[in-house]
Design a protein around this ligand. Structure first.
Ligand SMILES: Nc1ncnc2c1ncn2[C@@H]1O[C@H](COP(=O)(O)OP(=O)(O)OP(=O)(O)O)[C@@H](O)[C@H]1O
Length: 227
């Protein structure tokens, strides 16, 4: 489902004399269907950089990033957008909200994008928002003014609306109370049970112990020259 081999990344600092900083080399990992793999390693080890390469936001210098039959390292922007629509979900810590779009639509949108029936998409959105304890009074409002934790729950509902075969999670329980954290971990378990391959960053060790099958220490891929 997710197969990474020989992945390398340099950052070129164009505003600092073009200095080239090698941050990753020889990265490899695989996530099978129904598995959740946690990226670990010290701050600055490259966890977020690796996730951004898998999602196609950062270009790799070398290597292969196979996601559901697409090599993201080589794919065209159009193929990456199609992959994100149908097969690869991403729950970041922060919601990027389109102004004036009501919460229910924000959550249903990924389902509508793959051609799901509108009533079914809205029903799924309502179900997720109520499981995540977002008050019904907020569903018709844009999430722009919501609290950090409310926005994170809208983002999680949106990320779990469509049953993507591959999912990236960036600290999905970061600003949640224990009850909502438990709901999110249950959503992750349900996604695994339906065969999703999940790659995530979890600073919450208990969450990692509950849902993750393996850990990959990204520090092992830090080039010596950058250490
Ligand atoms: N856009 C960028 N330009 C230059 N260097 C970058 C950029 N993004 C990340 N880096 C560098 O790449 C390295 C890895 O950063 P990254 O954010 O991936 O680490 P991380 O493991 O996610 O850290 P944290 O746990 O603190 O979030 C760091 O040395 C960082 O300074």
């Amino acid at each position: 489902m997710i197969e990474i081999e020989g992945l390398a990344k340099d950052f070129t600092l164009h505003h600092q004399g073009g200095a080239v900083i090698p941050v990753m080399a020889g990265a490899r990992l695989s996530v099978e269907a129904g598995e959740c793999v946690a990226l670990t390693g010290a701050s600055g080890a490259g966890k977020s950089t690796l996730m951004r390469m898998v999602y196609g936001n950062y270009l790799a210098r070398a290597g292969r990033i196979g996601v559901c039959g697409v090599d993201v390292a080589q794919a065209s922007p159009r193929d990456i957008l199609a992959l994100r629509r149908d097969r690869l979900g991403y729950v970041s810590q922060f919601l990027r909200v389109v102004p004036r779009v009501p919460t229910l639509e924000v959550v249903a949108e990924p389902l509508l994008a793959v051609g799901e029936d509108r009533d079914a998409a809205l029903a799924r959105a309502r179900d997720l928002l109520s499981r995540l304890n977002l008050p019904e009074a907020l569903w018709g409002l844009s999430p722009t003014t919501f609290s950090g934790g409310e926005q994170q729950r809208v983002n999680i509902a949106r990320g779990f609306a469509h049953p993507y075969p591959a999912v990236l999670l960036d600290e999905p329980t970061a600003s949640l109370d224990p009850a909502n954290r438990d709901v999110v971990l249950t959503l992750i378990e349900e996604a695994k049970a339906r065969g999703a391959a999940i790659l995530g960053i979890f600073h919450d060790a208990e969450a990692r112990a509950r849902v993750c099958d393996h850990e990959v220490d990204v520090g092992a891929f830090t080039p010596r020259t950058a250490a």
